[in-house]
Design a protein around this ligand. Sequence first.
Ligand code: GDP
Length: 424
Amino acid sequence: MPASIVLGTQWGDEGKGKAVDYLADRMDFVVRYQGGNNAGHTVIAEGRLLKLQLIPSGILYDHITSVIAGGVVVDPRHLIKEMNELRALGVDVSRLVVSGNAHLIMPYHLELEKVTERFLGKNALGTTKRGIGPAYGDKAARIGLRVQDLFDAKIFREKLDVVLREKNLILTKIYNRLPLDADRIVEEYVDLASQLEPHVADTGALLYRGLQDGKHVMLEGAQGTLLDLDHGTYPFVTSSTPVAGYALASAGIGPREVDRVIGIVKAYVTRVGAGPFPTEDVDETGERLGVRGNEFGTVTGRKRRCGWFDAVLGRYAARLNGLTELFVTKLDVLSGFERVRICTGYRADGALYDDFPPHQSLFHKAEPVYEELDGWMEEIDEATSFEDLPKEARTYVHRLEELVGVPVSVVSIGPARQQSLPVG
Ligand code: GDP
């Protein structure tokens, strides 16, 4: 059976948790492929509100094996805490499997991120300070510790001593902080390792066998396409690679296994923190989208910037990820606007762009070119089929698919599982 990739097409917070939860029903494996415990999916299932940060939302289904793939960075303290929280809510976490290749977030990553963000002052990236960027940095520098190192005490200690020597110099000599103690880290991580051990496996081999046996695999991205380290608005990006290509590299499966790439598209656009955002509306519309859409970060509580749907970004995401379908979320938030707008292109330095501009400075200056459609005044969150929606809402959805060039398969009209309407 082929695999599917599900990912965010904007700056994250598209409602991926809800979409993955809806799509997961027919899956056997749900795999998280990048990022760390900075993602923060919110899922409402069977009346329970769950905030998942690292564990794939497939965990809510008894028939699904949830996998944390090798391209994720894992803070073992956080992972154990999240597993315990789920257990306390009655969720069975025994089918969670973690790749031994995943890199560990270590206590010095958290310390260093705190002090370097402070040091950057007004240029701070506004990260979630979970140590994720520093852990990916060490991975690239080949001084990272991996989940599998937890199970070889000698290797773990050796690697830790080497890396801690340098980290402690940086902490004490540059940032005037106290050094970290290797013995204490070992003691804590040995205990965490014993709790994690039953969950650690070669996830690449596990997924390969699953695909050979005709199982359904869904690869779930965190953050969004415009936050991609290579293809996003660098440096206002995340430290990993949300685009579809990385799903395969991380999970360790080949491109021929994939037949669906589902792009999660919010019916408008939001962005957290700094960085360019052409359709941002700092007036009444933005305020209203934020309030109606409850646009506050799951992890940080930060208020998100809001604006109209941007089809240029939609086309960019379609191209980069090879999207085969769109899952539109939060259409209900647009109820009550007499007119709704869609950005179809940008104007920058006197030229018109209908594709993502070739230089980022142009993107920073981009003025949106809008087309206007009739809005709909009624609430739509109780609709039970796509055909039930007001004509204007359906026209809006069809216009999105036309402008992005990818068919819409599902429209979401509320946070609950049943508020997802198949299209066509
Ligand atoms: P994610 O990280 O992409 O999963 O996004 P978030 O969890 O930050 O945002 C999704 C939020 O919107 C959650 O609170 C969801 O319950 C909620 N949500 C998801 N889909 C819809 C929808 O169609 N309508 C409304 N009103 N809320 C939704």
